[in-house]
Design a protein around this ligand. Structure first.
Ligand code: PMP
Ligand code: GLN
Length: 388
């Protein structure tokens, strides 16, 4: 018996298959059970006190009203400088850089700016969970290119076969969440060949741009001139400065693309929290603040993996991001979702089942662990897992 009123019955969901995200589900379960939470991706340690002091300075200094719609000029200039230094590419701070309330907003704004009903959007899966809802809400049609363990490398012929006259946007994510896979310059060249002479835009989610391992460098799509002219490059300070709770990111795109991007951003959020923008503008002036990240996280990845040595899990070390995926085919054939729940409850380690990032929930028996945690926590989690 349902006591739904006609009013509620008329509420046809625009996202009928969407429930609560896996990140919320697993973090909540970890809290309830007291498990070590290696599920949702966020640092288990605090950001720099210097950054907090800078925010405090601007909070107390009266920087508490709306920021300009496109972002505080000093922060846009600092990002332009960082981008020029790091990738040798110039984006104009006035017309080509927009500050957003996290990468999530920037991704949504990009998809909304370019996808019309019926347009096809190419998505590499496993895919970060906010991509497909953004496509759906804009009437787009996701077209999946499925990447599989252990390499998750891209077969470019498969991608070519999926491109049609309706393809309007390709969504890229490097370094990749959840797999830690990183694009090579060959991937960039392959993508450029594929989109040449076609009316296809690209959104490149590069929120882990500063977290790459074993000497790898980040191949930002902006570094390829043919890709740059059609790409919205998305960044986030959440990953770079251990401030995921501040929700501050940005979009770099050529002027005409930024004009359309800003039309959406203007009515999604209008502008982004002011004192934090000023603080980040100051903090960005010291490149060491992000140059130390690869070594910092590689040590944690290696610590976690050293702890798993002798277990029945198998893995390829993550190439980037702060996630490590592991295969458990030698341990059990349980569905990954069930195992993630069971491990949280029984041994007190929460993870993310990678099937949730596939449209058809492909279960390759892989769990994702976030290693952005204190060393002692990582060692304890690895020990519990080793004894499985
Ligand atoms: N893209 C990817 C691949 C992510 O992992 C995340 C968050 N972990 C985001 C986007 C969202 O970033 P933000 O918190 O800045 O919105
Ligand atoms: N991006 C984070 C992850 O992959 C989670 C962000 C969120 O909770 N929405 O775990």
């Amino acid at each position: 018996m349902t006591n739904q009123t006609p009013l509620l019955a008329s509420l046809a969901s625009k996202l009928p298959t969407v429930g609560t995200t896996i990140f919320t589900v697993m973090s909540k379960l970890a809290t309830e059970t007291g498990a070590i939470n290696l599920s949702q991706g966020f640092p288990g340690f605090d950001c720099s006190p210097e950054l907090v002091s800078l925010v405090e300075k601007y909070l107390r200094g009266g920087f508490n009203q709306y920021a300009p719609m496109t972002g505080v000029p000093a922060l846009r200039e600092a990002i332009a400088q960082k981008t020029a230094d790091q990738y040798g590419v110039n984006y104009h701070p006035e017309t080509e850089i927009t500050i957003t309330s996290g990468a999530t907003e920037a991704i949504f704004a990009t998809v909304t700016a370019v996808v019309r009903p019926g347009d096809e959007v190419l998505v590499f899966e496993p895919a970060y969970d906010s991509y497909v809802p953004a496509i759906d809400l804009n009437g787009g049609v996701p077209v999946y290119v499925t990447l599989t363990p252990p390499d998750y490398s891209i077969d470019w012929q498969v991608v070519r076969d999926k491109i049609t006259d309706k393809t309007r946007l390709i969504m890229v994510n490097t370094p990749h969440n959840p797999t830690g896979h990183v694009w090579t310059t060959d991937d960039l060249a392959q993508l450029a060949n594929l989109v040449r002479d076609r009316n296809i835009w690209i959104v490149s989610d590069e929120v882990y741009e500063h977290i790459l391992f074993d000497g790898r460098v980040h191949n930002s799509l902006m570094m390829h001139p043919e890709l740059r002219e059609r790409t919205f490059v998305i960044g986030s300070f959440g990953k770079t400065f251990h401030i995921t709770g501040w929700k501050i990111g940005y979009c770099l795109a050529p002027k005409e693309l930024s004009v359309e991007f800003r039309k959406i951003h203007q009515y999604l959020t209008f502008s982004t929290v002011t004192p934090i923008q000023y603080a980040l503008a100051d903090y960005l002036k010291e490149p060491d603040h992000y140059r130390q990240l690869p070594a910092f996280y590689q040590r944690k990845r290696d610590l976690f993996l050293a702890g798993l040595q002798g277990s029945r899990f198998t893995w390829k070390p993550a190439e980037g991001s702060f996630f490590q995926t592991v295969s458990y085919t030698d341990i059990t054939d349980e569905p990954d979702y069930d195992l993630a729940i069971r491990l949280t409850k029984e041994i007190g380690v929460a993870s993310i089942p990678v099937s949730v990032f596939y449209n058809q929930k492909n279960d390759y028996k892989i769990l994702r662990f976030c290693f952005a945690k204190d060393d002692a926590i990582l060692a304890e989690a690895a020990e519990r897992l080793r004894n499985l």
